[in-house]
Design a protein around this ligand. Structure first.
Ligand code: PMP
Length: 457
């Protein structure tokens, strides 16, 4: 079909995720046509270096033939197997076992979903069931971090703490609460790790005391907040939050949807600090975007309470047609092999200094107020004035100027509305790919800075 007809059909019929629908109708869609390694080509033949791994998910890069072969072989053998009424499939069982092998030792059981939002939703439902099963039905309050993102499902969107996910959706619910984010750059305690950690621990304790010690079910957090602007807490923060949850007697849930699968260096961010969550949600890098899949992993204690709570002959009423989809599971197994035997985790770790160094070098640029990263997950924060950290006037739409300039330079990353630029390059990046990323990124920043409205603001 002609490009122009597709643009028109997109305008008329396709609703895009988290989009300003009227703006989108005006601008139209950019159709991505193919990908190889770290590079995408759109339907106009324009080549783009993808510095965001699609949507923080294509961690193995595009065009990995062995993943395509694994999916094809499974589709030929058996494209679908239900997990209902006692059935299952080989790749799903193998993938569950592999995840348990690699995940923190506290996690023993896996429920597969289609992505991250339903993994979070499943976690919430399992936790609710768990507390009812152990005779603590009053534990109904959930706590998460401000600037957190836990998906856009009906309940999970209330744990998310970004205004666009709440406005007009009547969220968050009365049982969903947020404590401040450990956002060093804009915190009044600055980059002092001990003070940031202490602040979060105290906020959690205060919130639990306010809600009632026997009323709180769980605390949810991302090891590094992704969609909230790549907020990187100090080393030791995640472990301190785990210890606080244990002390408070509430469940500790780590959302590794972005941070999992090598994004921060190890397979899971929890590994770096020997963190042992009660539940963990994953998606994205699990199948590297080659097929949809997420999962919630849980401890034996949570699983056992749920299993025993249902022992009266009634099933646990939680299920999805595509839970443990065999094609996604086959993809997941091959992707896991690429991270380990394929050397991608090692490559990501080896090139981390190139990535973090490149971001830090840009601190010298007049637009850049902060540069932060862990592993291959990073951000630049653009400010109108470095000493006061003053943000640009929203009417300037700086993030849109940045995205336009990035496209023209052949670069894809995520420019958030508050002028934080998020980067999540694939683990298959080479040193040359990084060199090109930073050459193009510098040009993007220079182009935008040269615009009179930006220079004068
Ligand atoms: N949790 C986190 C931490 C996420 O970053 C995301 C997606 N960006 C989700 C949950 C939701 O995942 P999905 O978009 O696959 O539903």
């Amino acid at each position: 079909m002609q490009n122009s007809s597709l643009l028109e059909l997109d305008r008329k019929h396709l609703i895009h995720p988290v989009a300003n629908y009227r703006d989108h109708e005006k601008k139209g869609v950019t159709l991505l046509a193919s990908g190889k390694g770290a590079y995408l080509t759109d339907s106009n033949g324009h080549e783009l270096l993808d510095a965001f791994s699609g949507l923080w998910c294509v961690n193995v890069g595009y065009g990995q033939q062995s993943v395509v072969d694994a999916a094809t072989a499974q589709m030929n053998r058996l494209p679908y197997a239900t997990g209902y009424f006692g059935f299952g499939s080989e790749p799903a069982v193998e993938l569950a076992a592999k995840l348990v092998e690699y995940a923190p030792a506290s996690l023993q059981h896996v429920y597969f979903t289609l992505g991250g939002s339903d993994a979070v939703d499943s976690a919430i439902r399992f936790i609710t069931y768990y507390y009812n099963a152990i005779g603590q039905p009053d534990r109904k309050q959930f706590i998460a971090l401000s600037r957190g993102y836990h998906g856009s499902s009906t309940i999970g969107s209330g744990l998310t703490a970004l205004p666009v996910f709440h406005k007009n959706f009547n969220m968050p619910g009365a049982y969903q609460h947020h404590i401040p984010s450990p956002y060093a750059y804009r915190s009044d305690v600055g980059h002092d790790p001990a003070a940031l950690i202490q602040r979060s621990v105290q906020s959690l304790k205060d919130k639990v005391a306010e809600l009632g010690a026997d009323k709180v079910a769980a605390f949810f957090c991302e090891p590094i907040q992704g969609s909230g602007g790549v907020i990187v807490p100090p080393v030791g923060w995640l472990k301190a939050m785990q210890l606080a949850c244990r002390e408070l007697g509430i469940l500790f849930v780590v959302d590794e949807v972005i941070t999992g699968f090598g994004r921060t260096g190890p397979l899971f961010a929890c590994e770096a600090e020997d963190v042992q969550p009660d539940l963990m949600t994953v998606a994205k890098g699990l199948t590297a975007g080659y097929a949809p899949m997420g999962a919630v992993l849980m401890s034996d204690a949570v699983y056992t309470a749920i299993a025993d709570g249902a022992a009266s002959g009634t099933p646990v009423g939680h299920g999805h047609t595509y839970s443990a989809h065999p094609v996604s599971a086959a993809v997941g197994l091959e992707v896991l092999r690429l991270y380990h035997e394929g050397g991608l985790l090692a490559n990501g770790v080896a090139l981390e200094p190139v990535f973090s160094g490149g971001l830090k070098d840009l601190l010298a640029h007049p637009l850049v107020g902060d540069a932060r990263s862990r592993g291959l997950l990073g951000a630049l924060e653009l400010v109108a004035d470095k000493s006061s950290k003053r943000q640009f006037d929203p009417s300037l739409k700086l993030h849109e100027r940045i995205s336009t300039a990035a496209y023209a330079e052949g670069l894809v990353f995520r420019a958030f509305g508050d002028n934080i630029l998020g980067f999540a390059p694939a683990l298959c990046y080479t040193a040359d790919d990084f060199a090109l990323l930073f050459t193009r990124l510098r040009k993007v920043l220079d182009t935008v800075l040269a615009q009179p409205e930006v220079r004068q603001s």
